[in-house]
Design a protein around this ligand. Structure first.
Ligand SMILES: Cc1cc2nc3c(=O)[nH]c(=O)nc-3n(C[C@H](O)[C@H](O)[C@H](O)COP(=O)(O)OP(=O)(O)OC[C@H]3O[C@@H](n4cnc5c(N)ncnc54)[C@H](O)[C@@H]3O)c2cc1C
Length: 200
């Protein structure tokens, strides 16, 4: 349960309706739920864009509050489960499902940029529609998000031939622990993803 001050701080950043307290049970679990793992959290926040993510991270750094990023919650290792261990600190869940604005697909240079909250299967479909191919195909693609795929370097059957997500990412925009936004790698356009013409 969050304090009124914490709720107010986060509400000023993301809007009160996007601060979830109490935290819905589904945001306290991932695929390890089948093994009985459920966490605990002070609150969950659902930022709408990178600037709000950076502001939440700056707030967490200033207040010394733990943050647990969350994609689609399909991970099998409890990474998205806040407070999974009894001695874990109380945390705020940073849900990335609203980070869906600003995708761009550039068939002419075989690249695309997708925000972290894009569902993996939607990304694959949109690339195919543009005549491009994104190989990693985790079995969870209809539920996992590309941000979670990048964080876990997800694979899938096609990755035996074409490599996991790491092999397909040429650059990222990221928020560091102090809230600084950085762009790493990539060409002049900082493409998030390398895609290939399809069919080859
Ligand atoms: C049915 C099923 C099939 C699967 N098949 C495969 C498979 O074929 N190959 C494979 O590799 N995996 C597979 N997985 C595992 C899982 O789907 C992958 O690990 C996937 O990449 C997790 O993505 P997610 O969005 O659900 O991340 P989550 O489970 O929400 O998070 C995973 C980790 O990434 C962190 N994270 C999430 N988003 C971000 C972000 N934007 N920034 C920073 N950190 C972040 C979380 O804190 C957590 O530590 C499968 C899972 C299921 C349930």
């Amino acid at each position: 349960m969050a304090s009124p001050a914490l709720r107010a701080d986060l509400g000023r950043i993301v809007g009160d309706e996007h601060v979830l307290d109490p935290v819905p049970r589904e945001l306290l679990q991932d695929a390890t739920e089948s093994r009985g793992l459920t966490g605990r959290a002070l609150a969950a926040v659902r930022p709408a864009d990178a600037e709000q993510v950076a502001a939440v991270v700056r707030w967490a750094a200033r207040t010394g509050t733990a943050l647990v990023p969350r994609g689609g919650g399909t991970g099998f290792s409890g990474g998205a489960v806040p407070g999974a261990a009894p001695d874990d600190p109380d945390a705020v869940v940073l849900a990335t499902d609203r980070l869906t604005r600003g995708a761009s697909i550039r068939p002419e240079d075989w690249s695309a940029t997708f925000p972290a909250g894009t569902v993996t299967a939607d990304l694959q479909r949109r690339c195919l529609e543009a005549g491009l191919f994104f190989a990693p195909n985790p079995g969870s693609a209809e539920s996992s998000l590309i941000g979670g795929n990048v964080a876990t370097n997800a694979g899938g059957p096609r990755s035996f031939k074409h490599g996991p997500v790491r092999a397909w990412v040429s650059g990222v925009e990221a928020v560091l622990g102090d809230g600084e936004r950085v762009r790493l790698g990539g060409a002049h356009q900082f493409p998030m993803l390398r895609v290939r013409r399809w069919p080859a």
